[in-house]
Ligand binder design. Sequence first.
Ligand code: NAP
Length: 281
Amino acid sequence: MKLLITGSQGMLGTDLCASAIALGHELDALPRTRADITDVGAVDDAVRAAGPDVVINCAAWTDVDGAEASRDAALKVNAAGAANVARAAVACGAWTIHVSTDYVFDGRKREPYVESDPVAPLSQYGRSKLEGELAVAAQAPDSHTIVRSSWLFGAAGKCFPATILALASQRDQLTVVEDQVGCPTFTGHLAAALLELADTRIPGVLHVAATGSCSWFGFAREIVEQAGLDCELRPGNTAELGRPAPRPAYSVLGSERGAPRLPDWREGLARYMSTSYVHAG
Ligand SMILES: NC(=O)c1ccc[n+]([C@@H]2O[C@H](COP(=O)([O-])OP(=O)(O)OC[C@H]3O[C@@H](n4cnc5c(N)ncnc54)[C@H](OP(=O)(O)O)[C@@H]3O)[C@@H](O)[C@H]2O)c1
């Protein structure tokens, strides 16, 4: 299959490109330096030149806190940019897979969010991603899959396990938020599911995240344990952090639509640790 992947140098995009190549797909990787997705002409030209069967959009404004002060800039990439990608895909007869987020939910539920649950983003980032979903659906009504995932971590990006590993190696004690619960999802696992969906082309919104759930505190505890580090972890709360963007307190994703099932988040962490981290001890 011929794939075009935007955001190809991002955390997810990097793993997705590697998985696509490993599976023998023909790949056109499109980093921001080759086409800014907010540039209609550049996107049209790049997609037309590649002539893909499927376009997977991993390009996004992902600075959740930064989006609070830069709403328009986030919207430009996450909504207008996503629309440009989908429009260009339709023009050359390609299917669009667009990656979205659990932050489209407000986090009031206490059981997994399924695809038909009402959206109510709390943050500007969440709103911009929701606008992106709507824009993709409008541009490619009969040829899109929107994949909502959550709490991504992978070797190619700044992510929570990398931060915890660095801090826990330097400090005796760490406080980590316990009042947000989600599904930490390994980008290598999500990449495999995106490629499966490039084949199956299930239309509409799908929830694709790791099996199981935990708080950031629980995630940190597992990271420290798997790494064999000696660092005391203390549970903290979101308010103490004082971050600009509100986050959903609960954003566990489940599927009622037969989305691909991913391995447990602890398995994803073990894969991440085996490729990204060699404990010195
Ligand atoms: N990270 C998470 O926890 C998480 C959770 C759920 C869903 N998601 C979604 O998953 C997708 C991938 O996220 P990620 O974690 O891989 O993010 P990432 O590492 O920040 O990658 C995003 C990529 O998009 C590129 N980009 C930004 N603006 C662009 C533009 N105007 N034109 C072209 N490329 C642009 C970035 O390039 P530069 O580096 O040059 O800016 C970067 O390579 C996103 O849609 C995100 O919303 C992420």
